[in-house]
Ligand binder design. Sequence first.
Ligand code: DX5
Ligand code: ZN
Length: 215
Amino acid sequence: MTHLLAPSLLSADFAELGKAVELIEGSPAAWHHIDVMDGVFVPNISFGLPVIKSIRRLANKPFDVHLMIVEPDRYIPAFREAGADHLTVHYEACPHLHRSIQAIKASGMKAGVAINPHTRVDLLEDVLADVDIVCLMSVNPGFGGQRFIERTYDRIAQLNELRSRTGSKALIEIDGGVGAENALKLVEAGADVLVAGNSVFGAADPARAIAQLAK
Ligand code: DX5
Ligand code: ZN
């Protein structure tokens, strides 16, 4: 039972963003999770391309970039140039999802698809074999520090079943409300990657929080 941890920089102190990146670099965490929000697809604005480009030079671990923006296709090459290794787009923001996935892969990145808590898992059936990561949102996207939606466990089971049926090798990533209280249960349910924002950067000792979650 292996799993990866991806701390979310959204919950870091932006005045000390470089330090947060270095903390992740020196920790057992596998990826940097980077949340880009446009104030349209979600009711919040975070940061964008120039910020990613600046922190890229501090990091060697993969940048797992989660786009919570409308019309993400317009920016696929730009995110690659800024330093994204994985680019995750929302099912709900992509009328031509198959094309978006191919464009991400053609740009040299791993392709992820995120689905909101209300979006049926089986809608991914016809693209699952093409994607590298499925991000199951376990909160409504837009903010860190929200409460985990318990129904996510059933959705992991559904996705696991669909993954076997379609021969997909996509990693199952859980994003939102993940912490010490549910991490083990999520991994046991079939999660491959856990994103953790508030439970890491809201902790008194973020390095310790990462070490505990990574276990
Ligand atoms: C929410 C973001 C998450 C967020 C998770 O819209 O996609 O990545 O940073 O934060 P926590 O772990 O605090 O719920
Ligand atoms: Zn995210």
